[in-house]
Design a protein around this ligand. Sequence first.
Ligand SMILES: Nc1ncnc2c1ncn2[C@@H]1O[C@H](COP(=O)(O)OP(=O)(O)O)[C@@H](O)[C@H]1O
Ligand SMILES: [Mg+2]
Length: 484
Amino acid sequence: MIKKKLLQMFSLEFVGSASLRTKLIGIHLLMALIFSIWITYYTQSILQVYFYRQLEQQGIAISRDIAGRSIDYVLTENTFELSSTIKDTTENNNSVRYIFYLDQENKVIAHSFEKGIPVGLIETNLINDLEPRVQLLETEEGPVWDIAAPIADGQAGTVRVGLIATGLNSVVRSISSNVLISMIMVAVFSTIIAYSLQKVITDPILNMVKATQAVAAGNFSYRIQGNAITSGEIGLLVKSFNKMAEKLEKSHQEIETVEKLRRLLLEKVVSIQEEERKRIAIELHDEAGQSLTGLKFTLKSLENSSKDPYFKEEFKEIHEQISNTLNSIHQIIVELRPKLLDELGFTATVKKYVNEYQGRYGIKVNGELKILDDIEIIPEAATTIFRIIQEALTNTAKYARANQINISFQKQQDNLLVMIEDDGLGFDPSLINSYKNNPNKLGIFGMKERAALIGGTLIIDTTVGDGVTILLRVPLERVTHKYE
Ligand SMILES: Nc1ncnc2c1ncn2[C@@H]1O[C@H](COP(=O)(O)OP(=O)(O)O)[C@@H](O)[C@H]1O
Ligand SMILES: [Mg+2]
């Protein structure tokens, strides 16, 4: 039972997965074969009925003829003549299987059987009639038409003739097999013709399939070409497909243009932002920083020269406050624009930033920066990567409650990989998409955008309770050369 079901499923699946062309041809061939077998069977039955009727007529004619010819011999019981009539008739007619004569008491006078009349045969067709009677007998040799014809209207007995259809059967069989062969040939030829004709139907559909696959793969300029466009429903379908593809292409181009523009603007905004930060940092350093440093020295000398312990103490306090303010300004300057990035280069800047970070937040940072000795990072990439590290570390300080952070740089094929991982609280990564539309949470979005500006990608891997890992991947050529 299960096996049968499996078989059914298998065959249906097989049909389902076949191509349209195979399905159509398969259906045609199947129908043609069923039709051939039916025609053959039908022809065979008609022929059989016809031939059997003929045989019956022939049997009646033979039996009548013998009955007419044998009246005298039966009356005189001339067995010699009767036997020779039997012999002549059986020799001249292939279909005659046996002949025997019965007298009025249904006793056998003469017969054609070599080993005597089979038991029960006489009783199968006894008549009291003036007309011959046909009785169909089922025997081991096949059907036998037993015809009983009265001799001299029954007054001289009966002649019985048995006919078999062996000759006819082989004729019917040979005609049927000829019909079957012809029909199969017709089926095969018509399948070949159908195969070439069905291309007319399937080709446009196959073209459509190819076209939809191309568009699905992002080739929006794909169109179904002129000669494949037919009329009717498929033609309409093709035309609407082309129109749809055209619209898709247009909107795709528009999106691309807008995206390009957005990138350009973003690039501008980022570089203006960097410039502005630099300017403010310089101003803070040169103006506020310098004058406060001057003030600090003045206060120091005032503190030293003052004799009054009260003023001395006051000067010292103000001096310390100014020192603290200077420290804060210094931190702001480093955050705004680590001037070391230009002067000392990327590695030293990251080290310095990390040191200050550890001091400020008490989070241990382990760094594997060795690889950076071999890479000379261009300023644009240096700023971008630095800002990403800065944002990641700030987020860890703000939200993660982490104990430590690992930063590592690796070269992998043609990419620079930067990995920043903390062992903090982590967060639900499905929220990242919703942050995109939240103007108060632009940190992660900004990191991704900055990465994209230098041809890189940024992946955030996190689960609640399991820390955050940020993986930045940038093509080395964008890190080391100015990209045109
Ligand atoms: N390292 C981290 N550990 C835990 N949560 C984090 C971490 N980084 C980011 N988050 C979560 O992701 C949110 C979005 O971060 P971000 O885009 O930088 O925005 P913002 O820092 O302005 O809140 C944060 O509010 C915080 O909930
Ligand atoms: Mg942030």
